[in-house]
Design a binder for this molecule. Structure first.
Ligand code: CP
Ligand code: NVA
Length: 330
């Protein structure tokens, strides 16, 4: 499989075989990391990491992966560069493309990362946009595969805002890989009809199914994976909290949901999560709206069914695989 020179902007652009290749590569790189086998064959190469939104996992994963590969990294934070303010994306892309071997971009509209890729002349990796979070998908799929031994036939239920980056990306990944995707949420938060149709096309090829339901009991019954994300994403205005709490509270991941799914089910969350009062923003929201929980209860988050930290670790191994694949295996 040769993905050298390819951009990594959304899983829509990749075949099931290409996605599986990146997962296999990630598993191999993870094994090498655990055994202390060096993979630093990319010395002399450099990558730019553009973050117009904040990050812990994605930034650290790119930096550690790049350093393991022997590469240099330059981090451009949400305020410290000219990007999008004094300089257009096209010009930025043409400048960075002359200096770097690959560019990661986290920010707002998907069209921005598409534009960057159009003009950079080097691989561009999407580190999260409003619409998609494809590097997260590889980590999630690797975690599920490690746990269950396979992906085909797995029932994954996404509870929460299914119209945004995580819901969209999980539906695409499941549809491509022959899994059963369920968006279990208020109908106002169902994924966009056009994307559902596109994914139905993938599903026809792979044997996947896509279900949109407001019913928690049937939606989560016998699920293998229960997945959720924050109710309000980065860049969204504070005013939306009230409506989200009202609409999405019935879709909170509780012990009852996990019991309905069954003992074998695992809980995943891309993180960061508002599951307790330990964060400043979380505490403010809990207090302002008189909440005792948000998208997931602390009990589920801390339970043995929760694999969120395996998932977070896998961000690094899978992002390394994306860079190895698109810069060319050595
Ligand atoms: N899951 C994820 O993308 O985390 P960060 O926002 O910390 O990068
Ligand atoms: N939907 C979340 C994902 C964070 C990884 C956001 O965009 O903020």
């Amino acid at each position: 499989m040769d993905l050298k020179g390819r951009n990594f902007l959304t899983l829509k652009d990749f075949t099931p075989e290409e996605i599986t290749y990146m997962l296999d590569l990630a598993a191999d790189l993870k094994d090498k990391k655990k055994k202390g086998i060096p993979v630093d064959k990319y010395r002399g190469m450099n990558v730019a990491l553009i973050f117009e939104k904040t990050s812990t996992r994605t930034r650290c994963a790119f930096e550690v992966a790049a350093h393991d590969m022997g590469m240099g990294t330059t981090y451009l934070d949400p305020t410290g560069s000219q990007i999008g303010k004094k300089e257009s994306i096209e010009d930025t892309a043409r400048v960075l493309g002359r200096m770097f071997d690959g560019i990661e971009y986290r920010g707002f509209g998907q069209e921005i990362v598409e534009d960057l890729a159009k003009y950079a002349g080097v691989p561009v990796w999407n580190g999260l946009t409003n619409e998609y979070h494809p590097t997260q998908m590889l980590a999630d799929m690797l975690t599920i595969r490690e746990h269950f031994g396979h992906l085909k036939g797995i029932k994954l239920v996404y509870m929460g805002d299914a119209r945004y980056n995580m819901g969209n990306s999980l539906m695409i990944a499941c549809a491509k890989l022959g899994m059963h995707f369920v968006a279990c949420t208020s109908k106002n938060y169902f994924p966009n009809a056009e994307l559902v149709e596109t994914c139905q096309g993938y599903a026809k090829e792979s044997g996947a199914t896509i279900t949109l339901t407001e019913d928690v009991e049937s939606g989560t019954k016998d699920a293998d994976v229960i997945y959720t994300d924050v109710w309000v994403s980065m860049g969204e205005p504070d005013e939306v909290w009230e409506e989200r709490i009202r609409e999405l509270s019935p879709y909170k991941v509780t012990k009852k949901v996990m019991e309905n799914a069954g003992e074998k089910a695992i809980f995943l969350h891309c993180l960061p999560a508002f599951h307790d009062l330990k964060t400043k923003i979380g505490k403010q929201i809990y207090e302002k709206y008189g909440l005792t929980d948000m998208e997931v209860t602390d009990e589920v988050f801390e339970s043995s069914q929760s694999k969120v930290f395996d998932e977070a670790e896998n961000r690094m191994h899978t992002i390394k695989a994306v860079m190895v694949a698109t810069l060319g295996e050595r």
